[in-house]
Design a protein around this ligand. Structure first.
Ligand code: ATP
Ligand code: MG
Length: 369
């Protein structure tokens, strides 16, 4: 059992709170990702757990071992925390071979030579770098260096693995391959892992759960699917995937799970399935994913589900080989929709299922009235 528990973590730099009351748990064998835009506090959180930086307040524990606790004044030095670290820059020892790099943490811990050889062989096999064990870092590609860095981080079986943007030095293709490979390794070793990235695809593909961070706080902590399908707020809806945002007013109070109607600014009614209780006459924003906007092939055609038909105007179209991409104006909102047909003319109808609409109370806008 290895569980990482972070409670009420705060890190201030002067007046600025880089991490502002962050609490989360990474369960035994779980991979949790901190995802968010640049400067939201991801690396600061990771550095506090690794012991590279001293937080302002809060507590960090791994099982019963207290890494940091501001109330009792405990702050364990980094080397006593048993965390495996991989950073954006792999920082391999340039004068050591792959094998020697990976053996280094074992040497530090005075593991017997024979056991060192066995464990290095084992992890190099895991990251498929056995054949290149004798090479030096400058003789390796970025992806290969990254594998060695990971091997070096897991070889001494740390309690927790902390990865800060480990793939960001790789080009797009290699990055995609490394992502799949990292997922497979995690599946095999089931190490309690905290992963940091600003790449949402990486987060969606790799994580058991994702903590979306914004301005030093966690905006939502949930499974990739929940984050994508039921974003907790407008920030998450906007940050993860693509959404089009419609504005309107709720015609009557709604309860969770009810289909309600929103009067859009243009006057049309949009049927929406609400994820929370919202008062009547409240200004709302409705986020709709492009895959939930369907072009109707004939005006009579209408899917057998609760939803809304709206008029749309084609403002742009591109042929992309397997399908077309249409730029549409729907109720004054620009949306991009993919479809397999080449539609004649510029006016058509789209259909939006109520279940594809996520409703949020609109942000309060200061009015001069
Ligand atoms: N030593 C420091 N002194 C002052 N401010 C700092 C310091 N380190 C970080 N910050 C600030 O704290 C905030 C969070 O930084 P952090 O490095 O955690 O961001 P991040 O989420 O990892 O971003 P990125 O995706 O760019 O790596 C930023 O606004 C940053 O400018
Ligand atoms: Mg960072």
């Amino acid at each position: 059992m290895t569980e990482l528990i972070v409670e009420k973590l705060v890190k201030r730099y002067g007046a600025v709170a880089a991490v502002n009351d962050v609490s989360f748990t990474v369960g035994d064998g779980e991979l949790v990702t901190l995802l968010g835009p640049s400067g939201c506090g991801k690396s600061t959180t990771l550095a506090a757990i690794a012991g590279l930086d001293v937080p302002t307040s809060g507590s960090i524990r791994v099982d019963k071992s207290v890494f940091f606790d501001s109330t009792s004044g405990i702050s364990l030095p980094a080397e006593s925390r048993n965390c495996g670290l991989v950073f954006q820059s792999y920082a391999l020892w340039p004068h050591l071979s792959v094998e020697q790099n990976v053996a280094f943490p074992l040497k530090l811990r005075r593991v017997p030579k024979a056991e060192q050889r066995r464990r290095v062989g084992e992890v190099l096999e895991l990251v498929e770098m056995n054949a290149l064990a004798g090479r030096f870092p400058h003789e390796l590609s970025g992806g290969q260096q990254q594998r060695v860095a990971l091997a070096r981080a897991i070889v001494y079986r740390p309690a927790v693995l902390l990865l800060d943007e480990p793939l960001s030095n790789l080009d797009a293709k290699l990055r995609e391959r490394a992502r799949v490979w990292l997922g497979e390794i995690h599946h095999q070793i089931r190490q309690t892992t905290l992963y940091v990235t600003h790449d949402q695809l990486e987060a969606l593909a790799l994580s058991d759960r994702i903590a979306v961070m914004n301005g030093g706080k966690i905006a939502q902590l949930a499974t990739p699917r929940e984050i994508y399908e039921a974003p907790a707020d407008l920030f998450v809806a906007d940050f993860i995937g693509t959404s089009s945002f419609f504005k309107g007013v709720l015609t009557k109070a709604t309860q969770l799970g009810e289909v309600a109607e929103v009067r859009l600014s243009g006057g049309e009614l949009l049927r929406v399935l609400t994820h929370k209780s919202i008062a009547a006459d409240q200004n709302v924003v409705i986020a709709v994913r492009p895959e939930n906007i369907q072009i109707l092939t004939s005006p009579a055609h209408r899917p057998d589900q609760d939803g809304t038909v709206l008029a749309a105007r084609i403002t742009g179209r591109s042929y992309l080989g397997a399908h077309y991409q249409y730029e549409l104006m729907v109720e004054g909102v620009a949306v991009k929709v993919e479809a397999s047909d080449d539609y004649a003319g510029n006016d058509l109808k789209v259909w939006i299922p109520a279940s594809g609409c996520v409703v949020f109370p609109a942000r309060v806008v200061q009015s001069s009235a």
